[in-house]
Each structure stands twice: as structure tokens, then as C-alpha cells.
Design a protein around this ligand. Structure first.
Ligand code: CA
Length: 145
């Protein structure tokens, strides 16, 4: 009788422990996913700020420009992404190169700025672009793989 009670309690404790471990694992996975999505906000914010700075420069001088200093781009330090107009770059904690999928460019009347980062330490990079048509796109989604 007592032996059966002890075995029953042990089985209940084991099941409770398994449920607790699975619950914690699911919570940690959800938290990591939210953190990665929050990092993408940095890329979007920076690219919108670059877009805005380019529009101001164009309004004043009638052309776009290919470096951050001349467009007077002033923003908080980058952390998770690197940013590229063609002649200049802002690097976060890692120095990512401008990817083949999206080369930044500037002409007199058009531009495309690029953000590159790695959200999950794998081989895929997260790549965002914005152009003079106010088109912000995630051309390579690091969270999709
Ligand atoms: Ca990655």
C-alpha cells in the first residue's frame, strides 16, 4: 500500500516535471522569436530615417547623395545591422557586407539604401531595403528559414 503510494507520487512528480520543462521550453522559444522580431525594428527605423534624410537633402539640393555625412544622417548607434549607401556604411556590433541580393545605389534622382544583419547566428542574413519610392522591403527574411 505504502509502496504503491510512493510509486504513484513519483510518477506524478515525473509527469509534473515533464510538463514544467515543456512549458519553459515553449516560453523561451516564444521569447527568442519576439527578440528577433524586435531587432528587425532597428533596421526599419534606420531605413526610414535614411529615407527621410535623403528626402530633405533632395528637397534642398535637387539630388540624392551617397554618404551619411552629406545627408546629415544623425541617428543612434546601430547594434544589429550594418547600413549602406554606396559610398559609406554604418556598422553595428558586426561588420556585415552589402549583400549580392541588394546592392545600394544612388543616382541624381533615385536611391536604394540597404540594411544587413544576422538575427539567429546562422548562414542566412536578414536584408532590408528602402528606395526613393518609399518602398521598404525585407528582401531576405532571416526569420523565415
Ligand atoms: Ca541568420
Amino acid at each position: 500500500m505504502i509502496f504503491g503510494l510512493i510509486v504513484g507520487c513519483g510518477a506524478l512528480l515525473t509527469i509534473g516535471l515533464i510538463v514544467l520543462v515543456v512549458t519553459i521550453a515553449v516560453a523561451v522559444q516564444g521569447s527568442m522569436e519576439r527578440n528577433r522580431k524586435a531587432r528587425q525594428v532597428e533596421a526599419k527605423d534606420f531605413l526610414w530615417a535614411i529615407y527621410s534624410a535623403q528626402m530633405k537633402y533632395y528637397g534642398e539640393y535637387g539630388n540624392y547623395i551617397d554618404n551619411f555625412a552629406d545627408i546629415k544622417f544623425d541617428y543612434m548607434p546601430a547594434r544589429h545591422y550594418s547600413y549602406f549607401p554606396p559610398a559609406d556604411a554604418i556598422y553595428g556590433d558586426e561588420d556585415y557586407k552589402s549583400p549580392e541580393e541588394a546592392r545600394p545605389y544612388v543616382t541624381t534622382d533615385s536611391f536604394m539604401a540597404v540594411a544587413v544583419g544576422d538575427l539567429d547566428s546562422d548562414q542566412t542574413l536578414d536584408v532590408w531595403v528602402i528606395d526613393d519610392n518609399k518602398s521598404l522591403q525585407n528582401v531576405v527574411d532571416d526569420l523565415a528559414d
